[in-house]
Design a protein around this ligand. Structure first.
Ligand code: ATP
Ligand code: MG
Length: 387
């Protein structure tokens, strides 16, 4: 029996004239990712994307791939039927055997896009329901409290019957909102921040500040592993690794200890902005959450922000650590994020960091450094790795 995955597109429906562009992007992403698991034909029609296996490819393998593509709210596996009510009933009876045997009650829902089909939607639903009940007499039809909802979809070329609605990743297709530069540390927060913005359609590039030998090669590998996990959602991802040791030792030698963190974070913003312009990114993304640490007070964020000419997106700003951890687990990053390697932020942490830094004071401290030269030197040493 021929099977197909019907992918339901969420917000694409809302995009009016841009919808075609969104659908094209979505299909291109699907084709690219599905190549790794077999031959699949992908086409979109009326807010549904059809994924059809070809040359004996395994539809099962396409399911998890489709579930990781942003822009899709549900993945439904269905049997392909002729546009004939008997064929729909018979194929449904066979295709849904396991699902129907495992439940007590069911209902049938029908959508009919082809208005020329001889039966109306309620008639189709009633006929299929009656057939399935005869075939599986233990089943009780129940419109309200059903265990399983059988869906029949009568379209132009074929009819489809299925019952499985697996969750999709939601959001909008990656790339339809532009490109964003993620400041990626080895922690829990920044991969989650990247995931959230990719979900809103930003195609990610990442920058990591690396303080070798204060932070180890393992710490860098951990960041690359996190980027690889993110690339499962975002698609190919470039990580620009910036040598940060000299900047940190200069700040430590020349500036007041309590300003160390905020000055370091301002350097991160300046350099991330430059890397962003090379990578065609229109915004920065960080994993900051208000009040989480000394550098994430309103005053510290204000002073940090001032060093960036690009908008800085902080999708975790209002979230608790627990909520962030939940997402981190869901996207498969948590176990890697908690591996115990130092981040450059923890290397020279001041004993009493300024929680309410003032811009004038910070600028006075920075005047002791050759900021432009340090930024330029770091830019010269950038290493790019694509995952
Ligand atoms: P995370 O869990 O993402 O490391 P955090 O709670 O440890 O965040 P900070 O260390 O203050 O918070 O960092 C705040 C944000 O600054 C991070 O979420 C990340 O976006 C960015 N950042 C911190 N360290 C680095 C780094 N070494 N390279 C790139 N970005 C960094
Ligand atoms: Mg950190």
């Amino acid at each position: 029996m021929d099977q197909v995955l019907l992918l339901k597109c969420g917000e694409l429906v809302l995009k009016g004239l841009n919808r075609g562009k969104f659908e094209d992007k979505l299909c291109a992403t699907l084709r690219h990712r599905l190549k790794k698991v077999g031959d699949f034909h992908v086409k979109s029609c009326q807010s549904t994307v059809y994924v059809t296996p070809e040359n004996g490819s395994d539809i099962e393998k396409a399911v998890p791939v489709c579930q990781k593509v942003f822009g899709i709210v549900a993945v439904c596996r269905a049997a392909v039927c002729d546009k004939d009510i008997d064929d729909i009933c018979e194929k449904g009876g066979v295709f849904l055997k396991d699902a129907l045997c495992g439940v007590k009650s069911f209902r049938v829902k029908c959508k009919r896009t082809d208005k020329k089909f001889p039966l109306t939607s309620p008639e189709i639903a009633a006929t299929v329901g009656g057939y399935l009940q005869d075939a599986y007499p233990h089943l009780k039809p129940d419109m309200e409290n059903f265990d399983l909802c059988v869906e029949v979809d009568v379209r132009e070329e074929h009819a489809y019957i299925g019952a499985e609605r697996l969750p999709g990743a939601g959001g909008v297709p990656v790339g339809t909102s532009g490109r964003g530069m993620l400041l990626l540390s080895g922690g829990i927060d920044s991969p989650v921040a990247g995931f959230m913005m990719a979900k809103r359609g930003l195609d990610l590039s990442a920058v990591h500040f690396f303080s070798y030998p204060y932070t180890s090669k393992e710490a860098k590998q951990k960041v690359l592993d996190l980027a690889a996990i993110l690339s499962g959602w975002n698609g190919p991802l470039t990580v620009s690794v910036v040598p940060f040791t000299h900047i940190q030792t200069e700040i430590r030698e020349k500036c007041a200890e309590d300003y160390f963190t905020v000055i370091m974070r301002r350097f991160m913003m300046r350099i991330a902005g430059k890397v962003a312009s090379i990578q065609n990114c229109g915004c920065l993304i960080t994993g900051e959450s208000l009040g989480q640490v000394a550098s994430q007070t309103l005053e510290a964020i204000t002073v940090t922000n001032e060093a960036s000419s690009l908008p800085v997106f902080r999708p975790l700003i209002g979230m608790d650590k627990e909520e962030i951890v939940r997402i981190s687990r869901r996207i498969g990053a948590f176990e890697t994020s908690i591996l115990p390697y130092e981040d450059c932020c923890t290397v020279f942490t001041p004993r009493h960091p300024q929680t309410k830094p003032r811009l004038e004071n910070v600028q006075r401290q920075e005047a002791r450094l050759d900021v432009d030269a340090l930024v330029e030197e770091a830019m010269q040493g950038v290493e790019r790795i694509t995952l």
